[in-house]
Ligand binder design. Structure first.
Ligand code: FA5
Length: 344
């Protein structure tokens, strides 16, 4: 039996030495030290031995068991160490490498310009309000002193909405001016608002025209407002937006809802008025339409035109952005070309 023990130990040690992974250690433990393992079986057979022999063989068997257990522990520690080293080597990361940049989104250039323009008017005491893009004929035209059949309607090619009632009554607003009426219906003077928003015109697109574009409307109504207020506010706006040394020009223009009406231009910042390709050699660049609110418009919202006067203006932020950044085609803003948009 003693020889048997020595044989088992020698074989167990040899097998253990040859092992290269932690998982097979468990099989080895079951085969030798488990409940029906070879060593355990020897220990179970001890009972059939004479008492003297039983003691020596028993002691030897326990000794073998202790050594095998110690060897197992050692081997397991060694294998785990090797595996850890291999994992560390394979999964090695260089913590000194620069991080991967997170792609940052940004605001569309027209959103940026709209916010800048509104921000400038806010500094001048104006409040920002918004209104519906789907409008009634009444607000888009009639209340603005443009009755049906008025020739001025031809200035605005319109998308009409079929309401199933046969009448042309609902439309996509062609300008932000209907908000002049809506704001005055809701409030009493003094009024100072700017209204950014989308507008729609049934037009063929070209380098300066889109069928969907933005406008920013402005309206100020108070006692004793004059053309001087209009000029002062708009000249100040132009200087804040385009540079302190800008000169501003007001020339007569026609819009049915203002009297008198003006077009507002600035001297070209590309050539300081000398003539260049930005201003098409004119030296001046038109930036908006404006005028004193027509008395008929004030009457329509029950403002007494003797007591109250005001001015209104409307501009296209795409136009402002094109001038500012030297862009020659408005369609670039809405082509969804990331290479273009990334530049702003
Ligand atoms: C108007 O729409 C008037 N409501 C402006 C106004 C308001 C005048 C208050 C007086 C008092 P107009 O049609 O000129 O005016 O348009 C104003 C601006 O909107 C233009 O100068 C231009 O910058 C922009 N705009 C007009 N049509 C288009 C278009 N198809 N594409 C891009 N921008 C446009």
């Amino acid at each position: 039996m003693q020889d048997q023990l020595t044989g088992i130990e020698a074989q167990a040690v040899a097998e253990l030495r040859a092992m290269t992974d932690v998982r097979s250690l468990e099989e080895w433990r079951v085969a030798y030290l488990g409940r029906s393992g070879r060593l355990t079986q020897v220990l179970r057979g001890l009972g059939s031995l004479p008492i003297e022999e039983r003691r020596t063989v028993g002691a030897q068997a326990n000794e073998v068991k202790r050594r095998l257990e110690a060897l197992l522990e050692e081997k397991e520690a060694a294998l785990r160490q090797t595996e850890l080293a291999r994992e560390l080597e394979q999964g090695r990361i260089d913590v000194t490498l620069p991080g991967r940049p997170v792609p940052l989104g940004r605001l569309h250039p027209i959103t940026q310009v709209v916010r800048e323009i509104c921000g400038t008017f806010q500094q001048l005491g104006f409040q920002v309000v918004e209104g519906p893009e789907v409008e009634l004929d009444y607000y888009n035209f009639e209340a603005l002193n443009i009755p049906p059949e008025h020739p001025a309607r031809e200035m605005w090619d319109t998308f009409w909405i079929d309401t199933g009632e046969g009448e042309r009554n609902v439309l996509l607003r062609t300008h932000t001016s209907p908000m002049q009426i809506r704001v005055m219906e809701q409030t009493r003077p003094p009024v100072r608002v700017v209204v950014p928003g989308r507008c729609y015109r049934y037009e063929a697109t070209d380098a300066t025209h889109e069928s969907i574009f933005y406008q920013i409307e402005g309206l100020a109504v108070d006692r004793a407002m004059t053309m001087a207020d209009l000029k002062g506010v708009l000249a100040e706006f132009a200087r804040r937006m385009f540079g302190q040394n800008r000169r501003v020009r007001f020339r007569c223009d026609y819009f049915p809802f203002v009297e008198p009406g003006v077009e507002v231009s600035i001297d070209c910042f590309g050539c300081n008025g000398m003539g260049c390709n930005i201003c098409r050699d004119a030296g001046w660049i038109e930036i908006m339409g404006a005028g004193m609110v027509h008395p008929k418009v004030l009457e329509r919202v029950n403002y007494d035109p003797v007591e109250y006067t005001g001015f209104a203006f409307g501009m296209g932020p795409e136009r402002v952005a094109m001038l500012r950044y030297g862009i020659d085609d408005i369609r670039l803003f809405y082509a969804n070309d990331i290479r273009f948009l990334r530049q702003f």
